[in-house]
Design a protein around this ligand. Structure first.
Ligand code: ADP
Ligand code: ASP
Ligand code: MG
Length: 470
């Protein structure tokens, strides 16, 4: 459909930003203000803490515990009801309260089913864990209407088409783009703001899926790409992308501009401010993504674009992934390094496991890689299967696991060609007495990774941050 005169901005609001009646009201005011100058589409997360509560309730219910999910039911009903009471006109309450009650009813039916059969399937978990988004979008759309802004809550199961990998689904872009444009066309023509549920999508045959924890950022850029938006704004609780996680490094500060590649690396290596797949949908159309703070909206935030203008040489940011394990595979006898690596990566690939860092020594026939704690069981089982014969016969292969490892990563497109970064990082860690277990640098030189003990991670990130005076 033809684009309107005004620029189109997709605004995604995270859980903290919609965590209470006041916060939701504040978000509605931001949307109202910007809707004077731009056409807005909103994507919203569940109220802060709600997704965790839903998942916990489902897990407990599937163990046969009836108490836990009943108390979550009360808490969820109370929190959403309180927002409705405090923000909505009587006529809007008449529309919204029955819808909220319906979602609480869905929660109850699902949990009671889980506790009866003592099981929760990944498919049912997705329907349940994303109910928070259905409730928050219903409320936010109604608050906007109460403030005189035409808006309608839209369930992303009607917009985002995915495969059936429940819990971590992958969007089908063509189908999503078509469906999204068709479904939102009439709303846009009428000048109504769609308030879309983040996090959820649906398979081609209509089963609800989710895009992985923190996936509403990804929903935001999927909407932005499908509608060919001019910009995507991700509103959160910090001023932008910072030089390090502010919870680890209190002196971290905001980076005004970073490139898509830098943002992808940062989010892949644990910077929670962005879901790791967020940038993917906007690359082709070069849509800028802004990170902004709902608690400090006058701060411009961070612009993420195809390339970062006037990037300083050297390190731009530091990030870390704490809960990882280092796997060391050693081949002996006639087991060549090539077949050791081929078998190992085939095993990881089959399960779509992320390897966070890889080092090797072909001469010693040793391959070492880091994976997340949560992937250990699956990786070990697969490795033991593919190397079954080698493990049995003459010890031709061995698998060692080192737990409690963290990966610290320095990131910056302009590290390329800046000598001495690895050396300075080594020295900074050495001065603090931090032992480096392994190091890896890609030939693209956009990131350098160091494996350290988990107990050293905070000090390591701080030491490198200080060294490069970020
Ligand atoms: P939302 O609920 O809005 O999606 P998240 O909690 O998912 O927000 O992400 C924002 C949080 O990401 C911040 O509060 C901050 O603690 C954390 N974070 C980690 N690394 C960084 C970083 N490099 N820059 C900014 N925030 C970061
Ligand atoms: N509510 C979901 C979660 O907590 C998605 C999101 O907030 O991005 O993971
Ligand atoms: Mg998030």
């Amino acid at each position: 459909m033809a684009k309107s005169e005004k620029p189109l901005i997709v605004m995604k609001f995270g859980g903290t930003s919609v965590g209470s009646a006041e916060r939701m009201q504040n978000v509605a005011e931001l949307v109202k203000e910007h809707s004077r100058r731009a056409e807005i589409a909103v994507v919203v997360s569940a109220m802060g803490g709600v997704t965790d509560m839903l998942i916990r309730a489902a897990t407990e219910a599937s163990r046969g515990d009836r108490e836990q999910w009943k108390s979550v039911r009360q808490e969820i009903a109370r929190r959403h009801r309180e927002v409705a009471d405090r923000t909505l006109s009587a006529s809007e309450q008449a529309v919204v309260l029955p819808r909220l009650a319906e979602q609480v009813g869905n929660f109850e039916n699902l949990c009671s089913g889980f506790s009866l059969v003592r099981e929760v399937t990944p498919r049912a978990m997705d329907t349940l864990s994303s109910l928070g988004e259905v409730m928050s979008s219903t409320l936010l759309a109604a608050i906007l209407r109460s403030q005189g802004v035409p808006a309608e809550a839209v369930d992303a199961t009607e917009l985002i088409v995915t495969d059936d990998k429940f819990g971590n689904a992958t969007p089908l872009f063509e189908e999503t783009n078509q469906k999204m444009r068709a479904r939102l066309a009439s709303l846009r023509r009428r000048g109504e703001i769609p308030v879309i549920t983040g996090f959820r999508g649906a398979t081609l045959d209509g089963h609800c899926t989710t895009l992985g924890r923190g996936g509403s950022d990804y929903s935001g850029t999927l909407v932005g790409a499908a509608l060919d938006a001019d910009e995507v704004w991700i509103w959160t609780d910090v001023d932008g992308v910072m030089t390090a996680d502010p919870r680890l490094v209190p002196t971290a500060h905001i980076i005004p501009e970073i490139s898509y590649r830098e943002a992808i690396e940062l989010s892949f290596f644990g910077a929670k401010v962005l879901h790791p797949k967020t940038i993917q949908p906007v690359i082709k159309r070069k849509i800028p993504v802004w990170i902004k703070n709902t608690f400090n909206p006058s701060c411009p935030g961070t612009k993420i674009g195809p390339s970062a203008a006037n990037g300083k040489p050297g390190v731009k940011a530091i990030t870390s992934v704490s809960k990882t394990q280092l796997i060391t595979l050693t081949g002996r006898g006639n087991l060549t390094f090539a077949s050791l690596a081929t078998k190992a990566f085939a095993a990881l690939g089959a399960e779509e496991v992320d390897t966070l860092m890889v080092t090797q020594s072909s001469a010693d026939n040793v391959l070492c890689f880091a994976i997340r704690d949560s992937d250990l069981k699956c990786v070990k089982t697969h490795l033991e299967k593919v190397f079954e014969l080698e493990l049995l016969h003459d010890n031709r292969a061995s698998i060692e696991v080192m737990p409690h490892v963290a990966i610290v990563v320095t990131i910056g497109e302009n590290m390329k060609g800046t000598p001495g970064i690895a050396g300075r990082s080594f020295s900074a860690l050495g001065r603090k007495g931090i032992n480096i277990i392994a190091i890896a640098q890609g030939s693209s030189e956009i990131s350098i990774s160091f494996a350290v003990k988990t107990s050293d991670v905070k000090e390591a990130v701080q030491a490198i941050h200080d060294e490069f005076q970020l």
